[in-house]
Write a protein that binds this ligand. Structure first.
Ligand SMILES: *Cc1c(COP(=O)(O)O)cnc(C)c1O
Length: 392
């Protein structure tokens, strides 16, 4: 059976790429729970270890079930290579360890996932890598922050929780025009390849937290790095071989299955989100709705050029501050009060006191995370039930 599905369309690739069939002729991919693989001879084992011969060696960095997931995601993102990791954060760590060394400089958007910010500003800083944080929307700020030592540019779009958009093509162009050695790395967790493919817009590397929409059912923690064969297929894989924050075969199987239905789930969750965003924008005591699929979003037109729908996260600000926001959250019967996102079940969060609680009041005020802000990560329930669940 051929594993080459290049000429097929994404819906076909999502269910077929990477397909494995063992000696039992099973239709669903087998889960290879084995730590190591057996060789026919000493010479064969030497050839495998030195990469002279391709094949399985040890599940820290080669496992057939993990490979199913990696090939499927690479196809959907349009990348040559993909490496699965134990979590989204270890995907980011793998990219940094593979691409940076002491003395290097990173330019990052300031509104990024909390742990990503701590990884750059806290952890990497200890090892001599310096990061400048810029307002993602300001292209001049990106330009001004680049230096001869810059080796990586990092951002996610849309941002959490205010759904601001980073112009992937423009930021990639600015970085590469300055120095072609700079890796432009985009965390594509919020859009997934169903809505947006950063590599086709000029980025070099895509990161994923597979924990979110790729699993889509809140079961497993995992991540992935997608990009070219030289950086991802060689350097990132080399880091995995040495340091090993590996994806387990069981989790890989779950994520590979998640990819099969990702498009259907994303489109439905986006349609539900758009309906909720419209409803919120017609509600009197809702002051602001942050959703890039609404024409009133300041970057609506930019969003349209790079993502095919608005996404499955809607944030809004209610009049009455924390008291009003907490009252709405405490009254829901259906939505789950939890900070996770990308589940079949809708979640509701108060960013000010949870995901962004460690930010100072000034930092929160600067980006617009107020006490009246609520974030909903929309799932697959009937959208009218979700709207009725919000006692605004
Ligand atoms: C959750 C998340 C991560 C981290 O992923 P984990 O799988 O939890 O390690 C990174 N980026 C974004 C945008 C996320 O939402």
């Amino acid at each position: 059976m051929t594993n080459d599905f290049k000429n097929y369309r994404p819906a076909t690739q999502a269910v077929r790429v990477g397909q494995l069939r063992g000696s039992e002729g099973e239709h669903s991919e087998p889960i290879y729970t084995t730590s190591s693989f057996v060789f026919g001879s000493a010479a064969e084992s030497a050839a495998r270890f030195s990469y002279q011969e391709l094949g399985n060696i040890y599940s820290r960095f080669t496992n057939p079930t993990v490979r199913v997931f990696e090939q499927r995601l690479a196809a959907l993102e349009g990348g040559e290579s993909c490496v699965g990791t134990a979590s989204g954060m270890s995907a980011m760590l793998a990219v940094c360890m593979a691409g940076l060394q002491a003395g290097d400089h990173v330019v990052s958007a300031s509104s990024i996932f909390g742990a990503s910010k701590i990884l750059l500003a806290g952890l990497l800083a200890k090892f001599g890598v310096d990061t400048s944080f810029v307002d993602m929307k300001n292209l001049d700020a990106w330009r001004a922050a680049l230096s001869p030592k810059t080796r990586m540019v990092f951002f996610e779009t849309p941002t959490n929780p205010l759904m601001e958009i980073g112009d992937i093509a423009a930021i990639s162009e600015i970085a590469h025009a300055y120095n072609t050695d700079i890796k432009v790395v985009v965390d594509n967790c919020f859009c997934t390849p169903v809505l947006q493919q950063p590599l086709s817009l000029g980025a070099d590397v895509v990161l994923h937290s597979a924990t979110k929409f790729i699993d889509g059912q809140g079961r497993c923690v995992g991540g992935a790095v997608v990009g070219d064969a030289d950086f991802v297929g060689d350097k990132v894989l080399g880091f995995m071989r040495t340091a090993g924050p590996s994806m387990s075969p069981f989790n890989a199987w779950t994520f590979a299955k998640g990819l099969e239905t990702l498009s259907l789930r994303m489109h439905q969750a986006c349609d539900n989100s758009a309906r909720i965003a419209e409803h919120l924008s017609e509600t009197a005591n809702v002051k602001n709705v942050y959703y890039p699929g609404l024409e009133s979003h300041p970057q609506y037109h930019l969003a349209k050029t790079q993502q095919c729908k608005g996404g499955a996260v809607v944030s809004f600000e209610v009049a009455g501050g924390r008291e009003a926001a907490w009252r709405i959250i405490d009254q829901v019967k259906l939505m789950s009060i939890t900070a996770n996102l990308g589940d079949t079940r809708t979640t509701i969060t108060h960013p000010y006191t949870t995901t962004h609680a460690r930010w100072s009041d000034e930092e929160k005020a600067e980006v617009g995370i107020t006490e009246g802000l609520i974030r909903i990560a929309v799932g697959l329930e009937d959208v009218e039930d979700l709207i009725e669940d919000l006692q605004l």
